[in-house]
Write a protein that binds this ligand. Structure first.
Ligand code: EPU
Length: 440
């Protein structure tokens, strides 16, 4: 059923919002849970379509899963795995599921996992994952769109990543947990989600040092050392950054609860430089506010701890109505400016040249009919619609539902005017002659 957001802009967001568990962490913890026999309990698991897909992937491998959406608790029992194959039908829906490759090779010595292919935001190759597994001794064949990895015994190795890839670092950490000897990953990704995965694995009985730095050492352990655990996922820094942007964009003032501010240092500093108010009021609570028009800034997206690519589109939305000219360089993905044509339809003045965008602040954005092209571009359009004059509709909500739990309800609790409606409701309302704005 086709659903749309109906948003009436211009209301400052006020009150408080609580951030859920990190999507990009929990998906990897779910893959990690299949390394050990026994029951693992993960708390703070957000109710997202990506989580549902990962549940299907690990269930297909034979793990027993039980997800309680109310308590956000997920129980995984991977005592008995019955398959080593992750099928294209699931992997193609969500690239993150490719990390089951490392976990399966580690535990079962063999895995057949579909190649995820490219996606809207870029080519997103997996060559570092494959080369790393080969360095650990796995024989890899790529046939009929699947990676077939097989190894009698994985052996620790020195692996250097050309780019600090998040997914490759995670896949190789998972693969080397049960390898013989030590593995070193040089130029490893340093994202908080990597640290979360290492903490999770270490609680399970793994021996991983240096996560959060560019050199991670994984000392292989024997399978009997690993056991089920109880663990709580870190908060989602990108969800937090999205709400920070929405509060600032609408000139609101609100508390963001359950956030780890240290995970957002670079982003926060840029927002402060633009003129936003951000205060730490309690250890995991930020007060975010904005009274005046913002100043433009320049930034380049970088691997952590640099400016997060996943928040680039939110910052671009803020720049559309800031004083002066801002320049954004997207250095991670070839095609992550898909919000640009949509923002232009709202009146933004953006010039794009390959991976650079030059944004000249205009007085205001106006509501328009919009379409989400991917998760983060879609969320940035919600932020833009909340700050624009007049009403907007946004379609292709399945992209946004991949990564934002309860998005419209959280926005509504902050006073934002947003509704989700399916096409049938929509035509019923229109045939009764009710105008969109009055419905909101
Ligand atoms: N790359 C290669 N070869 C590889 C692996 C990566 O060339 O073998 C390139 C990619 O094409 C990309 C760059 O390296 O240009 C960085 O990719 P990385 O592997 O770091 O990204 P990822 O693991 O696929 C995760 C997040 C993304 C986030 C990036 C960067 C998950 C599920 N996804 O992707 O999140 O943008 O790290 O921080 O963890 C999102 O949540 O919307 C999202 C896309």
């Amino acid at each position: 059923m086709k659903e749309r957001f109906y948003i009436k802009g211009g209301t400052p967001l006020k009150g408080e919002v609580s951030i859920g568990g990190a999507k990009n962490s929990v998906l990897k913890l779910m893959a990690a849970a299949i390394l050990a026999k026994g029951e693992t309990i993960i708390h703070n698991v957000p109710d997202l379509t990506d989580v549902e897909i990962m549940l299907s992937v690990i269930a297909q491998l034979g793990a027993k899963t039980d997800y309680d959406k109310n308590s956000k608790t997920l129980v995984i029992d991977a005592t008995n795995l019955s398959s080593i194959t992750a099928k294209y039908e699931l992997v193609s829906k969500m690239r993150a599921s490719f990390v089951v490759l490392g976990a399966l090779v580690s535990r079962c010595k063999e895995a057949i996992v579909a190649l995820p292919g490219g996606c809207a935001i870029g080519e997103r190759r997996v060559d570092f994952h494959i080369k790393g597994l080969e360095a650990l001794g796995a024989k890899i064949k790529i046939e009929n769109g699947y990676v077939h990895a097989k190894v009698p015994k994985l052996k620790g190795a020195e692996i250097y990543l050309d780019i600090p890839s998040v997914g490759a670092t995670e896949n190789l950490m998972l693969a080397s947990v049960l390898a013989e000897g030590s593995t070193t990953i040089q130029n490893a990704a340093q994202e908080p989600e990597i640290v979360d995965l290492a903490n999770f694995l270490n609680s399970m009985g793994a021996d991983i040092l240096g996560a959060g730095t560019s050199e991670i050492v994984i000392n292989g352990v024997t399978p009997d050392r690993l056991h089920g655990i109880e663990y709580t996922t870190i908060p989602d820094r990108i969800e937090a950054g999205t709400f920070m942007s929405a509060i600032i964009a609408t000139r609101g003032k609100a508390l963001i609860k359950n956030v780890y501010p240290a995970h957002l240092t670079f982003f926060t500093n840029k927002l402060l430089k633009m003129g936003a108010g951000i205060k730490l009021v309690e250890p995991n609570v930020l007060e975010v506010s904005c009274k005046n028009r913002l100043e433009s800034i320049n930034f380049v997206t970088q691997p952590y701890p640099g400016f997060p690519t996943d928040l680039q589109s939110m910052a671009m939305t803020l720049l559309t109505t800031s004083d002066g000219v801002g320049i954004i360089t997207e250095s991670l993905y070839e095609n992550r400016f898909m919000q640009v044509p949509e923002l232009r339809r709202m009146g933004a003045d953006i010039h794009q040249d390959r991976n650079h965008a030059i944004i000249k602040g205009v007085k205001k954005l106006t509501g328009a009919t919009l379409a989400a092209s991917d998760l983060r571009a879609g969320a940035s359009l919600v932020v833009a619609a909340l700050m624009a004059d007049g009403s907007s509709t946004i379609e292709n909500l399945h992209h946004i539902d991949r990564g934002y739990e309860n998005f419209e309800n959280k926005i509504r609790l902050l006073g934002g005017k947003i509704e989700r409606r399916c096409e049938e409701e929509d035509s019923a309302i229109l045939s009764e002659g009710t105008h969109n704005e009055s419905y909101l």
